[in-house]
Write a protein that binds this ligand. Structure first.
Ligand code: GLC
Length: 553
């Protein structure tokens, strides 16, 4: 199936559905248990049939895999575990033939400690140009044995590691991910060339990893943050003047990148991964900067009508203040899958929940399912672009009880095994009811799939009208006829209800805990659950959403 995403439409990204493919866990063509690009190519039909406009591929570049591929040792090649550059070219051709755009991840904040630049830095003396591509500093204390500042790694422990000659280098993430020094013109030039490499191959855009962390305040003496920084990966920094998060200087880099993207015809796009405050997020999508930024405030928002309404308003206002439209996202490869989050009591600590293997507090999976289905209709009705994470269209829950010896996230070891990390949302997805890895590939799977995983498979859900998959397929199809943020307006609603229209599409979500009446004679276009009713009008059950054709009342 192809649809109207002709490459001539330069504005395709404004209101689209982008499907995130976590490459290691999407499909494995060669049977080694690890997802690969040929696997993606073979399964792209699923994404097209779902009705998405684009895919975002997480890193598949050469990498020693200290952080699932977000530690890149060669930015211009494909890691052998995922295939070859030719496989990538084929993937691109197939995607474009299906009418799908391809957005690739770019990881500019840090590279791998096995990148040739870092090897050169280690082999060069303090103060050398090779070290200046990174952030090397002398330590504190009489013999320099203390880290240069108190900065903490996002994955636990200090953000500094000492090298044999006594200097320290900075890494916001794992020690195998040294931060690059973006004040160094060589770094800027190298990344511009990397962007062009992929653009010349034909990619349609980039997802910019850690777009808010690329510049640091390195004025001596380095400022301590006096915080543990154990906040979730994409939570905004505390305060407005953090030495390495959300610094104003990052925008100079984004502007330079935008100029490169605009040189192409049609212009290519970029989406920022920026864990910053609601107020600062719009700065990333000013007209001469990146096109979009992930809406993490929406992702983090609890299942609560007042809170959601506030975030939706803030997102719309913020985006409009810079002439943009917001993005909407509920899950990705870094967070507990939203179905499981919604199955837990509000405010539950998901770190502790994972450490209890999903036992404490107990998850009400049926409730999570209902809410996740309703959340899909809510999200897909909002004006702007929706990012879907592979498997959410299958209603996959978090795999909270992965055996400890199977865990691969560096967070697990770096926190002294106090945090299990993100593997539970990265379990390879099921395509078929049975088979060695439920159709993921002809072999096994790099993370164990739970028993019964096949019941979530594409095969098991296809053609079942009440399935998650068919709900998503129907929603994406209907959504196509209701684009444009013209006329987004909240409608009068009851306590605990969200009701709005976008053009002629009316969306109502019941978060009140009790059934609510639907407008009389309303004809649902689509509902996330059974809506009872009779001649007097329908009923919207709790944790259910409905789409109606809006008519003037
Ligand atoms: C981003 C990625 C995450 C990765 C981190 C470091 O937050 O989404 O998976 O671990 O950056 O690159």
């Amino acid at each position: 199936m192809t649809h109207n995403t002709s490459r001539g439409n330069a504005d395709w990204w404004r209101e689209s559905v982008v499907y995130q493919i976590y490459v290691p866990s999407f499909a494995d063509a060669d049977g080694d248990g690890m997802g690969d690009l040929r696997g993606v190519t073979d399964r792209l039909g699923h994404v097209a049939e779902l009705g998405a406009d684009a895919v975002w591929l997480t890193p598949f570049y050469r990498s020693p895999w200290a952080d699932g591929g977000y530690d890149v040792s060669d930015y211009r090649d494909v890691d052998p575990r995922h295939g070859t550059l030719d496989d990538f070219r084929e993937l691109l051709d197939r995607a474009h033939a299906l009418g799908l755009r391809v957005v690739v991840d770019i990881v500019p904040n840090h590279c791998s400690s096995e990148h040739p630049w870092f090897a050169e830095a280690l082999a060069s003396p303090p103060g050398s140009p090779a070290r200046d591509r990174f952030v090397f500093r002398d330590g504190r204390g009489p013999d320099g044995g203390e880290p240069p500042s108190d900065w903490q790694s996002k994955f636990g422990g200090p953000a500094w590691t000492r090298v044999p000659d006594g200097q320290w280098y900075m890494h916001i993430f794992a020690a195998e991910q040294p931060d690059l020094n973006w004040e160094n013109p060589e770094v800027l030039a190298e990344f511009e060339s990397i962007l062009r490499f992929w653009l010349d191959l034909g990619v349609d855009g980039f997802r910019v990893d850690v777009a808010h962390g690329m510049r640091k305040d390195l004025t001596p003496p380095l400022r301590d943050t006096r915080g543990s920084d154990s906040a979730p990966l994409n939570a905004p920094p505390e305060g407005h003047d953090h030495p390495f998060w959300d610094r104003d200087e990052v925008h100079d880099i984004h502007r330079a990148w935008r100029r490169v993207l605009d040189e192409y015809d049609p212009p290519r796009i970029a989406v920022a991964e920026a864990g910053v405050s609601e107020a600062r997020l719009p700065l990333y999508t000013r007209p001469d900067e990146l096109h979009q930024a992930f809406n993490f405030p929406y992702l983090r928002c609890p299942w609560n009508a007042a809170a959601l309404r506030r975030v939706v308003d803030a997102s719309l206002d913020g985006a409009r203040s810079v002439g943009a439209l917001p993005t909407w996202v509920l899950s990705n490869h870094d967070v507990v899958r939203h179905l499981s989050r919604y199955a837990l009591p509000e405010g539950a600590d998901t770190v502790a929940w994972l450490m209890s293997d999903g036992r404490e507090p107990a998850a009400d999976e049926e409730l999570g399912r209902r809410r996740a289905r309703a959340a899909a209709l809510l999200t897909l009705a909002l004006p702007g672009t929706t990012y879907l994470y592979q498997g959410e269209e299958l209603g996959l829950p978090e795999v909270a009880d992965l055996p400890r010896e199977a865990l691969r996230d560096p967070m697990w070891e770096r926190t002294g095994r106090a945090r299990k990390g993100r593997d539970g949302c990265r379990v390879p997805i099921p395509w078929e009811r049975s088979g060695p890895s439920y159709g993921f590939g002809p072999g096994g799977s790099w993370l164990p799939q739970p028993e019964g995983w096949g019941e979530y498979s594409v095969e098991a859900q296809t053609g079942r009208p009440d399935s998650f998959l068919e709900l998503y397929r129907a929603a994406l199809k209907i959504r196509r006829s209701f684009t444009g943020d013209e006329g987004f307006a909240w409608l009068p609603s009851r306590e605990g209800e969200l009701a709005f229209r976008k053009g002629a599409l009316e969306c109502r979500v019941n978060l009140s805990g009790a059934p609510l009446p639907l407008p009389p004679s309303a004809e649902p276009l689509l509902a996330s659950g059974e809506c009872g009713g009779g001649p007097a009008g329908g009923v919207l059950p709790p944790d259910t959403a409905v789409w109606l054709e809006s008519r003037p009342r």
